[in-house]
Design a protein around this ligand. Sequence first.
Ligand code: SAM
Length: 250
Amino acid sequence: MIEILKQNKKSWDIIAHHFNGKDALPSYGPFAQTEEELNLFDELANKKVLDIGCGSGHSLLYMSGKDAGELWGVDLSETQIKTAKETLKHLETHLYCAPMEKDIGLPKSYFDIVYSIYAIGWTTDLSSTFELIYSYLNPGGYFVFSWDHPLYAHLISQDGQIYLNGCYQNEGSTTYHKFKGEEAPVVIPKRKMSTYINELIKAGFIIDSVLESDVSVHFDSIKEEPSDRYYSLYKARKFPTTMIIKARKM
Ligand SMILES: C[S@@+](CC[C@H](N)C(=O)[O-])C[C@H]1O[C@@H](n2cnc3c(N)ncnc32)[C@H](O)[C@@H]1O
């Protein structure tokens, strides 16, 4: 586990620049419905928010635009944290370079909102990560996260047909020797939809909603062509790219 984290950290430092401002709120993910369409966050003004896998800091910038009261973020990559500090340089922030699965002493029962946009699936320990997130929240606070729909990763598009690739039933991890075309090997855990839901329940959360995102209205006027790319409008119109879950601490 520590070896995977070390490897992913090294690789994220190399590929970070590909993700500057990408996968950030109001977007929940590739072709997915946006926060403006889904309204999953209630009032944000004066709320203390914590971003798990905050990347380049653009989701926190969105939160600041909605008058969030305190901006906190954690990310594994030094490069991402450096970029986030630059993105948020005019704001007061609390940014930490650390793995989300580790207790680094962030305040407990403190945050109104914890959220994570396209980062949670990287955790090497989902149970500890959800338990920690639960502990950071104030009673009544909530957690929103988005990630690849767990079945989406198994769907490959080939010549206008979509096929099931590999085995959805087997959890584990997949090693990609290159990422974003760079010599940056990463290990991405592979989990079923039910695992995410059951781990939330085990951590004590009450689930408010589970969304298998539609395509955003922003793409309404775009006619898709059959495409064999991993993320394509063609594939996204047939199957959700993104799952989004909102869960609450009572
Ligand atoms: C697609 S980016 C997220 C973008 C970000 N949510 C935003 O709003 O700009 C995924 C992020 O997860 C981070 N990450 C990967 N593994 C992690 C881990 N174990 N703990 C914390 N962050 C991690 C990466 O460094 C990367 O910045």
